[in-house]
Design a protein around this ligand. Structure first.
Ligand SMILES: [Zn+2]
Length: 359
């Protein structure tokens, strides 16, 4: 017998762990994603690569710029995992294993900070100009590969505009969708990107009352409905006109906005700005209120400052309490005319901008 100690047989637990490690490392070692231009050397030397918490989503963006400027901006801070150029070439900004800071203030189905849970793909181009077929071909291949690696179904491949949201501000008093437009509400084609489920039909955060809807998305869905595709708008945000109620009482100052949508009992839909006869809004009409865009274009009619002798009435006349008239107080606060409660408290030095909607 030799005096050497007997080697212990590996325990089953150790074997199991080894097997698990091999399986876990498979996605990284597979010859995934061929033909990609590795651009990671352009990341700053101090850039710290960190792993994501998990990978549940893929978010599609567009750069709103050309290729050169996008490469520079994205690689300076690792703001995407991949970039797809107009000619279909794919650049790896940051390996899919690491967290890219691409989603900003974002939420889907109650999950926030989506950069911690998603890969980010940027398309070179603009939210209101079509992407090229070469881009769609490359994106389709890239998505197939990443979805396979991380087992992400089509419904969790989402456009940035769907998941971004804005904080309350003086125009929209609650957290709301509509902070981002990329890669384009009416521009990006899920079908060309190979996503068989064409359209997430309900925004889960709007449906749950966590966020107000983005009127542009609601309108786009209404458009699709006209083209025969099914759509459901979350009922929580639909108000109904009751007996003896006017549109004004239900929708307030938003009654005639293009973002307010009226569905009449017969099923006909009109936007607020399409309705001519306000005395004919029947009981039972459903009203969907969309948030107003923060930067609504107003034509400036008059600008003046309140003094001891110059009152808001003298400056704005009949428009003194209009939503188109803005009061900026000496302390920097701004209110619309229809938000001012106490007219005796407009201090001298308040700037008044009288506006009219530009048509
Ligand atoms: Zn984006």
């Amino acid at each position: 017998m030799s005096g050497l100690p007997r080697r212990r047989a590996p325990r089953p637990l150790v074997l199991l762990l080894c097997a698990a490690l091999v399986v876990a490392s498979l996605p990284e070692s597979s010859a995934a994603l061929p033909g990609i231009i590795d651009y990671q050397r352009h990341l700053p030397r101090r850039f710290r690569k960190v792993r994501r918490k998990d990978t549940r989503f893929i978010i599609v963006h567009c750069t709103e710029s050309g290729l050169r400027s996008a490469l520079r901006t994205l690689s300076r801070k690792g703001l995407a995992n991949y970039l797809v150029a107009r000619d279909g070439r794919v650049y790896r900004i940051l390996s899919h294993r690491y967290r890219a800071n691409h989603a900003g203030r974002s939420m889907w189905n109650g999950i926030t900070h989506l950069s911690d849970h998603s890969l980010g793909i940027e398309l070179v181009g603009y939210h209101d100009r079509p992407f090229t077929s070469a881009q769609y071909r490359s994106l389709k291949r890239l998505l197939e590969e990443l979805q396979r690696i991380y087992r992400i179904p089509d419904r969790r491949v989402l456009e940035h505009y769907r998941v971004a949201y804005g904080r309350p501000n003086i125009w929209i008093r609650r957290p709301h969708r509509g902070r981002k437009r990329d890669p384009g509400v009416n521009n990006f084609s899920r079908i060309l990107a190979g996503l068989t489920n064409p359209e997430p039909q309900v925004d889960p955060d709007v449906a749950a009352g966590r966020l107000l809807p983005d009127p542009e998305v609601v309108l786009a869905q209404l458009g699709w409905r006209r083209h025969g595709l099914p759509v459901r708008v979350a009922d929580r945000h639909v108000l109904t006109i009751g007996p003896m109620q006017t549109a004004w009482e239900v929708a307030g100052a938003a009654y005639d906005r293009p973002t307010t949508i009226y569905t009449f009992p017969g099923g006909r839909r009109l936007r607020g700005d399409q309705i001519r006869n306000w005395s004919r809004i029947p009981e039972g009409t459903r009203v969907i209120l969309g948030p107003r865009r923060a930067r609504r274009k107003l034509r400036v009619v008059r600008v003046a400052t309140v003094t001891a002798r110059r009152t808001p009435w003298q400056i704005a006349r009949g428009d003194y309490d209009s939503p188109h008239t803005r009061y900026t107080f000496p302390d920097g606060r701004t209110l619309r005319g229809d938000q001012v409660r106490d007219w005796s408290r407009i201090p001298p030095g308040t700037r008044v901008v009288v506006g009219a909607p530009s048509s």
